[in-house]
Design a protein around this ligand. Structure first.
Ligand code: PHE
Length: 472
């Protein structure tokens, strides 16, 4: 039996859930480090422009589409283009992408849980050992942490939209904000913290080139959870009376504010510990920053606040990151779950069981591709490099298909569903919307330069990732 469609209880419930999705590992580490390496304030300005002028229109399109169709991305594309098989494929892609990204995000979330566990149990010194991460990823302990994370995520998802996702977000998101602010205050009180702020905030426009601009757009797109079908799905749970436009803007603002605030913690912490850090030497990869670099920062705090104090700081950091990751993971798993409930007409419980098994098996395959299982580790070869299963999922779905999904949404709204229908949908709950400057801007941009820019990013990514031939 299919179930009655669940709904968020209020606008604030939706905003917190969508912000929970948007605020993730990318905000806490990826964004601050990318900004510092790529021109500080100059990067921040470009990023903010991308959020406002490219991401917000795509976001409104995704949410509007979902609320109109009242379906998962697959069902939404089907419902709004009943006779066009080509668009059904776009719907399928909008469900497969989050499923695969969920696998890759699950691996990282399980690692974070492991690091949280070891910080709480007094093993910070072990985490800070340069060799440790390499051992950790190839250890059977992973399975225990995987079971714990699977249980947490499924308990939330089993509750459904209102009793599960919304309730968890209402509790976890304020907790995340409070912990972040506490860490910022603590870090800014350390000597030399201001040095980090300088690298983070002072603009250096000489660093800006094509690849930095491409990176800023990808980061913004990923950070707002676009192209993953999440906002289509969450839009379908949004009440017709509520205002999508204001909610979307608030989600974008919250996500950007959290990313910005995280920079006030991450960079000053790095420079407080080592004032001579060269920003160019920081790793581009959030994974190596979180698991190799940060534990060393925390252990260095021992000299200032003692081992227990350093362990408490590390615990708060990993708990914060874990909460950010869990709320994102829940949102991304909800997309294929909703599609399975709808297409196979089975209960949420059964759908979660099927999904849980599929994700767990793939997570184990991806997690053992760091040396543990040679066939998964040297899985394939492209762009002059051997690639593991984890690398392939990352390169294909996360880096390449996300902008493609965004492009498909723009094309669908512009040339199939029609912009006037999007306008009418966004006007529900906000009757004045069609006459606003934003509405005029969305109507113009969604069929012109936004798809052009996303197409350029997609082509450049394909050439860079798979053929080692970047155009910009
Ligand atoms: N916005 C999240 C982040 O910044 C990305 C994400 C969302 C990833 C949902 C997976 C699922 O980390």
């Amino acid at each position: 039996m299919s179930e009655q469609r669940d709904q968020f209880s209020s606008k604030i419930g939706f905003i917190l859930a969508a912000a929970g999705s948007a605020v993730g590992i990318g905000n806490l580490v990826g964004f601050p480090v990318a900004a510092t390496k790529n021109g500080g304030g100059a990067f921040l300005i470009i990023y903010a422009l991308f959020v406002a002028f490219i991401c917000v229109p795509v976001m409104l399109a995704e949410m509007g589409l979902g609320r109109r169709a009242q379906k998962s991305p697959l069902g939404s594309y089907k419902a709004l283009s009943p006779n066009n098989k080509g668009w059904h494929l776009a719907g399928l892609l909008a469900v497969i992408t989050p499923f695969m990204i969920a696998v890759f995000y699950m691996v990282i979330t399980v690692w974070i849980f492991g690091y949280l566990w070891h910080s709480v149990t007094g093993n910070l010194d072990m985490l800070a050992d340069a060799e440790y991460f390499g051992q950790f990823v190839n250890d059977y302990g992973f399975v225990g942490f995987l079971i714990a994370v699977t249980i947490i995520v499924n308990v939330i998802l089993l509750g459904g939209v209102r009793q599960g996702i919304e309730k968890a977000a209402k509790f976890l998101m304020p907790a995340l904000f409070i912990m972040l602010i506490l860490l910022v205050i603590f870090v800014l009180s350390l000597d030399n913290a201001v040095l980090g702020l300088e690298f983070y905030l002072v603009p250096d426009f000489s660093k800006i080139d094509g690849s930095v601009i491409n990176g800023a757009l990808s980061q913004a797109f990923f950070s707002l959870s676009l192209g993953m079908g999440i906002l289509i799905t969450y839009g379908s749970y949004f009440s017709r009376r509520d205002d999508i436009v204001t909610s979307g803007k608030l989600v974008a603002l919250t996500d950007t504010a959290v990313a910005f605030t995280a920079g006030l913690m991450t960079l000053p912490a790095i420079f407080a510990i080592n004032p001579n850090t060269n920003p160019d030497s920081l790793s581009d990869s959030s994974v190596s920053m979180i698991f190799s670099f940060f534990p060393q920062i925390f252990i260095a705090l021992e000299g200032v606040v003692g081992y227990v104090g350093a362990s408490i700081a590390a615990t708060i950091f990993f708990l914060l990151t874990f909460i950010a990751a869990i709320t994102s993971l829940v949102s991304i798993l909800e997309v294929p779950t909703a599609a399975v409930i709808e297409q196979a007409k089975i209960s949420r419980k059964k759908a979660l069981l099927v999904m849980g098994i599929a994700v767990t098996v793939l997570t184990l395959i991806a997690a053992t591709s760091f040396g543990f299982v040679p066939a998964f580790t040297e899985f394939t070869f492209y762009a002059d490099t051997p690639k593991s299963v984890f690398d392939v999922i990352y390169d294909v779905f996360y880096d390449t298909i996300l902008p493609l999904n965004g492009l498909l949404i723009c094309l669908f709204v512009s040339f199939h569903w029609r912009r006037k229908n999007l306008d009418a949908e966004l006007a529900e709950g906000n009757p004045g919307y069609p006459n606003t400057l934003l509405a005029k801007y969305v109507r113009l941009s969604i069929c012109t330069f936004i798809p052009l820019i996303l197409a350029a990013v997609f082509i450049n990514t394909v050439l860079t990732k798979f053929f080692a031939y970047p155009i910009f």
